[in-house]
Design a binder for this molecule. Structure first.
Ligand code: PEP
Ligand code: MG
Length: 565
């Protein structure tokens, strides 16, 4: 996928925007010190002093960062800072040093014992395991004199370059400091891409070679074209300045998604919790098309209690009184493991016990989640719908609907993200009230291409005519079922303004996306009639490749160029 021509790296553009900034490389993960490593300092006392100094300095850095952060990011940092000075942790490490271990190995092993103990205590204590491991890596990095793991600290804005980013890396990502994301790996459906769009940051993924870019190198990032240009010239500076104006003019969405001739297409938002929901409501979202409930509990080792779940869901419902909120039950597995539901040793997690399938291996969790949803919905003003991820058969849809009915939830639906579900939508809709196309996974499974792998990014795009055919068949299944049940899209495809037009032309009824994309999608949708959208859909379906489909459709949407999208 990647080529380096002159001074330009080419990858895949996953979040529009044109920006110039200097590079900071994401530090590499800290490697484990060799097992049994013996003292490397001249004495146990010297090693102990070095360890204490390293822990102190890690704590000071984290406290500094916490002071400058807000909300959830601040809490994460404060909790980690506390752990860095935890007397139990340091005492356990000093004991190992006294017994002859190196300082690095001692903190490594001490942290493992503390983590195990916390894990066994369960509840809130078990939640701290992540902090222990984070602190351990930071202390080892400090002892080695290498950069600390995680997003680099900086007083000036920078372009973050990484191999890939995990959801946890981005907890403290401040879009005022990180102004663009570039990764050498990852595809258009990867979490880096999803996060970049959510934060409104220009982003290019699968740009091989960018991890070699020097610290402070000046680059121009074009998140629509998918290019990164080293040492930008006058043209790039002009394009970046023009984008700054465009971004300001794209800020508004009037809360009424429609085509030019008035065909209504509610534009909903994808959210991961109450904070997102409040922002989405402020951005004009007409409801929530996907509440990724696993995002509320990504840092958890243990199943959240019903009360905790009620509080988390209620926060989202309260942001949308009188509006539809589609809650998705836990989609644990593959790139979103939850230790209390998934087995980290599965050989092929994307095809494993994931999403709805975890009900097979952890019975009870889903029922408890549905009870929590019902309780949260009880005296909420939101119109609560609930759907299951990773449904493969009509039988599974029927079983899920029965669980919803038992919990007192009246609007069950399922995601269509496995090709078998797209091919059997008519049968599925005999059991449930709606379907929602998860084009991220639908693409990965239709193309047999892991959504996280950079080298497969060209396969892994929802512009693939085969994926568009599956969308068409899903809509056809809903029409054949005869009760006019809604077919939404909540995958990243809905956030691509040109593709959103194609999806509407294919007959989908709602589009759900990151709040940041609402205004651009609304503007482009409002530039076409429904008939025009339908002919653009036909054009895309008839194309012989994803590249051709995208180019053909974009050529008919001049507004994209005007808006710099
Ligand atoms: C999808 O697969 O398109 C989807 C919306 O779910 P997720 O990205 O959370 O897997
Ligand atoms: Mg999915």
């Amino acid at each position: 996928m990647q080529t380096l021509s002159d001074n330009t790296y080419t990858g895949v553009g996953v979040s529009p925007g044109r920006i110039i900034g200097s590079v900071r490389q994401m530090p590499r993960a800290v490697s484990e010190p060799p097992a049994g490593e013996r003292l490397t300092h001249e004495s146990p006392e010297a090693a102990t002093d070095a360890l204490r100094a390293a822990a102190k300095s890690v704590q000071a850095v984290l406290n500094d960062r916490a002071a400058g952060a807000a909300g959830a990011g601040r809490q994460v940092l404060e909790a980690t800072a506390l752990m860095a000075a935890d007397p139990m942790l340091i005492k356990a490490a000093v004991k190992l040093i006294t017994a002859g271990s190196s300082a690095e190995r001692a903190i490594w092993d001490a942290a493992a014992s503390v983590a195990e103990m916390l894990h066994n205590l369960g509840g809130y204590m078990a939640e701290r395991v992540t902090d222990v491991f984070d602190v351990r890596s930071r202390i080892v990095a400090e002892l080695r004199g290498v950069p600390a793991p995680g997003i680099p600290l900086s007083d000036v804005p920078f372009v973050l370059v990484a191999e890939d980013l995990a959801p946890a890396d981005t907890a403290t990502l401040d879009p005022a400091v990180v102004i663009a994301l570039i990764t050498s790996s990852g595809g258009p459906q990867s979490h880096t891409a999803i996060i970049a769009r959510a934060l409104g940051l220009p982003a290019v993924v699968a740009a091989l070679g960018v991890t070699e870019l020097a610290h402070d190198a000046l680059v121009y990032v074009d998140g629509a074209a998918g290019t990164v240009t080293l040492n930008p010239g006058a043209d790039e500076h002009a394009a970046a300045a023009a984008w700054a104006t465009t971004a300001a003019s794209l800020a508004e969405f009037d809360g009424n998604g429609r085509t030019r001739d008035g065909h209504l297409v509610p534009l909903l938002s994808n959210v991961g919790g109450a904070d997102d929901a409040v922002k989405a409501a402020a951005a004009g979202a007409q409801g929530v098309g996907l509440l990724r409930t696993e995002f509320c509990f990504l840092d958890r080792d243990t199943e959240p209690s019903v009360d905790e779940q009620v509080a988390a869901y209620r926060g989202v419902f309260d942001a949308f009184p009188g509006k539809k909120v589609v809650l998705r039950t836990l989609d644990a597995g593959a790139d979103k493991p939850l230790p209390f539901l998934t087995d980290a040793s599965e050989p092929n997690p994307a095809l494993g016990v994931r999403g709805y399938r975890t009900d097979l291996t952890s019975p009870g969790v889903l029922q408890r989640q549905l009870s929590a949803v019902a309780l949260a919905a009880e005296d909420s003003a939101a119109d609560v719908w609930v759907m299951a991820p990773m449904i493969s058969t009509a039988e599974e849809a029927g079983d899920f609907a029965a669980l919803c009915t038992a919990a007192g939830l009246t609007t069950p639906g399922v995601m269509v993200e496995v090709p078998s579900a797209a091919l059997t939508t008519e049968a599925i809709l005999r059991h449930v009230e709606f379907v929602s196309l998860g084009t991220n996974d639908l693409t990965q499974y239709a193309m047999a291409a892991d959504r996280q792998l950079g080298p497969l990014a060209a396969l892994n795009t929802p512009w693939q005519p085969a994926v568009l055919q599956l969308v068409r068949l899903t809509v056809a299944g809903a029409v054949a079922e005869g009760e006019n049940k809604p077919v939404g899209v909540c995958g990243e495809a809905a956030a691509d303004p040109a593709l959103a037009v194609v999806l509407v032309g294919l007959g989908v009824s709602t589009l759900s996306m990151t709040a940041r994309a609402l205004s651009a999608v609304a503007a482009v949708l409002a530039s076409v009639t429904l008939a025009e959208a339908q002919s653009l859909a036909a054009l895309a379906l008839a194309a012989s490749s994803a590249t051709e489909a995208r180019a053909a459709v974009r050529a008919h949407l001049p507004i994209l160029h005007d808006l710099g999208l």
